[in-house]
Design a protein around this ligand. Structure first.
Ligand code: UD1
Ligand code: UDP
Length: 374
């Protein structure tokens, strides 16, 4: 039986791996390796519990750190797993440091690499994700692209072999879990059944680690004519406390006194701990609009038919911009407010992210492909 080592480590990778792991385990042996890049219960455990994802076979426990140290520690530890396991394939997702470490460890051992969500490009070389995705694509023997744009990006870099247009595994996940997320009672438990609200997420270093940009985003969000629900990524939590923005109610329970802030619960931007995937789908699908710098959240807004304002100057997911479902507002308060006030598009979101069966196509290609590293 074909053996596949899957390397995951960050929140969106647990979500992407869930549908693929289910399809894979029906027909092959999977060894699931968690690098430990994300480790808080709300950033990791909750997804394994909710998404029927098996517990990792190995947790490397690498944790946080500067890019070089974190990626290097992962590379060393993944290499040891691969030497012991000798899998037929190494599978990685997306564009995090865990993705790059897995791809590098495998390619140097002559183990073929399969990359899910290949071909995405922001053309912004200041983003750590752009380094990770470009380098991973150039290590991969199988490149699973969610969109035609991704296929074209790879072709421009001279990569044609092993490229498969299969649709988006995050759309598979929404199709599979959407009903559970819509269960009665969830809206009340989340406190979102009493009127319109906007949903906000911010975690890109360019926004979270730059007080000027973070303040500008909050200034824009505070001017909306509805409350803003803000599940806060841990990278952003301390920055918010330090900023002490007058519109932000930071009631996140924490043991860190530096991150504690008393606040008036009537302030428009209401922070909370990161939520699980099912709660997040409920928050997204019931929101009047979504403001985000997340890749996954931009797509989910589109899947749910909720207008999105992207807090960046560019996006990898250019399909979401068509018909005005998504608008780039960067970190500019006036552009954020203008984008949030635009009318909801009348056209339905186009089915450009596949048919919800991307995971099965991945497994078909993986089991049918010749076993050779690039
Ligand atoms: C990482 C990915 C990013 C992805 C995001 C998904 C890289 C370079 N970045 O960014 O592409 O969009 O995950 O969420 O791989 N922290 C905690 N608890 C945790 C995890 C992180 O407190 O469980 C804090 C630590 O202070 C850490 C910081 O968050 O230093 C950043 O974590 P890290 O994994 O380095 O990057 P992300 O911003 O999460
Ligand atoms: N997500 C979640 N809880 C949250 C915020 C996000 O479950 O509090 C989910 C979201 O629905 C999406 C994924 O995490 O599926 C996106 O991850 P993130 O924004 O951290 O990273 P990115 O997609 O930008 O790499």
């Amino acid at each position: 039986m074909t053996t596949v080592v899957t390397v995951v480590g960050a929140r969106p990778q647990f979500i992407k791996a869930a549908p693929v792991s289910r399809a894979l385990r029906a027909r092959a042996t999977e060894v699931l390796v968690h690098t430990g890049q994300h480790y808080d219960a709300a950033m990791s455990d909750v997804f394994f519990a909710e998404l029927d994802l098996p517990q990792p076979d190995v947790n490397l426990g690498i944790g946080s750190g500067p890019h070089g140290r974190q990626t290097g520690a992962m590379l060393t530890a993944i290499e040891a797993v691969l030497v012991e396991t000798r899998p037929d394939w190494l599978m990685v997702y997306g564009d995090t440091n865990s993705t790059l470490a897995g791809a590098l460890a495998a390619v140097k051992l002559g183990i073929p690499v399969a990359h899910v969500e290949a071909g995405l490009r922001s053309f912004n070389w200041a983003m750590p994700e752009e380094h990770n995705r470009r380098l991973t694509d150039h290590c991969a023997s199988l490149l699973f692209c969610p969109t035609g744009t991704a296929v074209a990006n790879l072709r421009r870099e001279g990569i044609d072999d092993g490229v498969h247009l299969i649709g988006d595994v995050m759309f598979d996940a929404v199709r599979h879990f959407g009903e559970r997320a819509a269960a009665p009672g969830r809206r009340r438990a989340l406190g979102i059944d009493s009127g319109p609200y906007a949903l906000l997420t911010v975690h890109r270093p360019a926004n979270a680690d730059d007080p000027r940009r973070l303040r500008a985003i909050l200034d824009g969000a505070a001017r909306l004519d509805m409350p803003v629900v803000f599940p806060v990524h841990p990278r952003t939590r301390a920055a918010l406390a330090a900023l002490d923005h007058p519109a932000v109610h930071l009631d996140t329970p924490t043991d860190d006194p530096a991150a504690r802030q008393s606040g008036d619960a009537n302030r428009p931007i209401r922070c909370r701990l990161p939520v699980g995937y099912l709660d997040m789908l409920a928050l997204e699908s019931n929101a009047r609009m979504i403001l985000t710098d997340s890749g996954g959240v931009q797509k989910e807004a589109y899947f749910c038919g909720v207008p999105c304002v992207t807090l960046r100057a560019e996006t990898e997911w250019v399909e979401t911009l068509v018909d005005g479902w998504n608008v780039l507002a960067d970190a500019d308060p006036d552009r954020i407010v203008a984008a949030a006030q635009r009318p909801k598009p009348s056209a339905r979101p186009a089915p450009v992210f596949g048919d919800g069966h991307a995971a099965v196509r991945i497994v078909d290609a993986l089991l049918g492909a010749p076993l050779a590293a690039r």
